[in-house]
Design a protein. Structure first.
Lengths: 291, 192, 192
């Protein structure tokens, strides 16, 4: 499209022949002879062989339904000949059309074919006419479409900014997600066979964590204080199991006053139950360090 | 609904329509509220807003996929002075391809080529895809499984259309072809 | 200036401010017009517009570099619903680690790795610690004194659970799965 354009021969490319449709064809040469240079430009401004053919037919005010095949074909061939020398790749589709025109022309010369099954006569031009009309229809539709107001070109969308306050979004997790994660672990674990996952009473594990937290300060705690009587017997049992489990896992240390005087320093007088020596529970750091 | 509530409703809807970069449907507008208003009430508010904006430089329009504010067409000469970069005017090849997709959708590239009588370059299809006006809605079950192309809601919105039915009607092809051609055929073979 | 001219001026300015993402200065607004209005007049129109929008969901604000329309902050709760930002998701590795800590607490990293059958990166543990969902409740008295990990109260609160007992019981979970082949293949070559 950057080729120098002869203004007298053809209009600038911005408004090509699309819009000539049905209107005076001002931009085109008055006769059908076009110098080869201009022809190249002209052909580029056609959208293809159908477009050129339509132009030729419209230009000559030919009834599209009664195309004079001989005249149109010979003109068409002149264009194609001129084009072949300069733009062979562009010419291919035009050559195909030329072949079709010649085929139609030759079939017109043959004796009439017998009627087809539908009972309609087989006019060799029928298919070409159908295509030309369909193309013409689309060409017009494209023009109409281009006339519609277009966002960005003919109007602009209106909007206001919304400066949302930035909030750091953290992933959300639901209990069901944990369940799904556990199921996927289980599935894999079962494939591995050698590993079995024992189901355990959650509340014991929970209570184990709870006790460890209570003992976090490193001090000795009265065994009794670990038990919350208000929450009922089941929790007492669970807490007791948790203590046993923790002892078994060497996570806490249980000692009784009198047996470990060192740990009792300064605390013996608080012993709340006179009947037996108080039991103390602590984190085993000291033990570990002494080991 | 009290006057104050209704006013608030209108304010929220107006703000939402202005900050959203896409049209908003009535369903989307409903979802703005903890206690969603009735659809009919919302539409009434939208129509009231439309009237409020009457005679101003911006208008509220109803599009295929909802409502959106846009500058009125007659504002364009002024607004263009601020936005020197104009969007491209598409070539005939692009517009013809678009027209075929719009009117004949869903179509394959091969079908477009058949109508236009020339190969349709990938660049043309790509341009329309990038503009967000067409997309692939499936594949035709023929050898090569070519893409089936159709226009998008954005296409309708960008052309200010509420639906494909609002496209300029095609000139009637049937009337031109069938009777005349049948006549011609009859004349050509009088034995029929 | 006539009433009509002034109204037109206001319409153009309003439209220009609404189609531009960036704030517009008085100088830019002047450039909208073939015959630019006086600066003072423009400012007067802007202030009038500002009053027009008073009490609505969008406001006209004057910033250092010009004027622009923006949604009022009190619209945020509504507008947020327009585009609820999708919260990110934790990876499968994070979720599995969390599940193991929740169900098996207190556990060491080594125990988690044993159950998952793959190594557990520090980053995973760190993610959960930073979230405040797990913490160290002690050290296991084995060589290396590994940290004992447990879930926190925040974890329960964030998941809306009153207690760990409210988690789906493990005994039931066991019945829900059968090893599937894809996972078996994945397990054969464990990788995160």
């Amino acid at each position: 499209m950057n080729a120098p354009v002869n203004e007298s021969v053809i209009n600038p490319v911005a408004e090509p022949l699309a819009h000539v449709f049905g209107e005076p064809v001002l931009a085109l040469p008055s006769d059908l002879y076009i110098p080869p240079d201009a022809l190249r430009v002209l052909l580029e401004s056609f959208e293809g062989p159908l477009d050129l053919l339509l132009y030729l037919i419209r230009k000559q005010n030919v009834d599209i339904l009664d195309i004079p095949m001989a005249a149109v074909t010979s003109q068409y061939m002149q264009y194609v000949e001129a084009m072949k020398s300069s733009r062979l790749e562009l010419a291919a589709e035009y050559l195909l059309m030329a072949a079709l025109l010649i085929e139609i022309k030759s079939r017109m010369l043959l004796p009439k074919t017998p009627a087809s099954e539908e009972g309609e006569a087989d006019d060799p031009r029928a298919e070409l006419v159908r295509r030309l009309l369909e193309y013409e229809q689309i060409k017009l539709a494209a023009f109409e479409l281009d006339q519609l107001p277009q966002a960005g070109r003919d109007f602009l969308w209106a909007f206001a900014v919304f400066e949302r306050e930035l909030v750091d979004l953290l992933p959300e997790v639901r209990a069901a997600d944990l369940k799904a994660a556990w199921l996927s672990i289980l599935t894999r674990a079962r494939n591995r066979k050698h590993h079995t996952i024992a189901t355990s009473e959650i509340s014991v594990r929970e209570q184990m964590s709870h006790i460890l937290r209570v003992l976090e300060d490193g001090r000795h705690h009265d065994f009794v204080t670990l038990f919350d009587h208000v929450q009922g017997v089941p929790l007492l049992v669970v807490t007791f199991s948790a203590v046993l489990e923790l002892v078994k896992e060497k996570l806490i240390r249980v000692s009784q006053a009198g047996f470990d005087p060192e740990t009792l320093a300064g605390e013996a007088e608080h012993a709340p139950y006179a009947g037996y020596a108080p039991i103390y529970v602590s984190r085993p750091r000291g033990v570990h360090e002494r080991d | 609904m009290s006057e104050i509530d209704r006013r608030h409703l209108k304010n929220v809807i107006e703000a939402a329509l202005l900050v959203n970069q896409e049209p908003l449907s009535v369903a989307q507008l409903k979802a703005l509220f903890g206690v969603p208003p009735e659809g009919a009430e919302l539409v009434a508010v939208l129509e009231e807003l439309q009237r409020d904006w009457d005679g101003r430089g911006v208008e509220l329009v109803r599009l295929a996929n909802g409502w959106r504010f846009r500058a009125r067409l007659d504002m364009q000469p002024y607004l263009e002075r601020l936005k020197p970069e104009k969007p491209p005017r598409y070539s005939r090849a692009v517009m013809e391809t678009l027209a075929i997709i719009a009117y004949k959708q869903p179509v394959t590239r091969g079908e477009i080529e058949e109508i236009r009588g020339v190969t349709v370059s990938s660049a043309i299809i790509q341009t329309l895809k990038e503009r967000g006006w067409i997309d692939v809605v499936g594949h035709k079950e023929v050898p090569g499984r070519p893409e089936l192309l159709a226009t998008t809601r954005d296409f309708l919105a960008d052309l200010g259309l509420a639906s494909l039915k609002d496209l300029p009607p095609l000139t009637e092809l049937g009337n031109l072809v069938v009777p005349d051609l049948a006549d011609a055929a009859a004349a050509a073979s009088p034995q029929e």
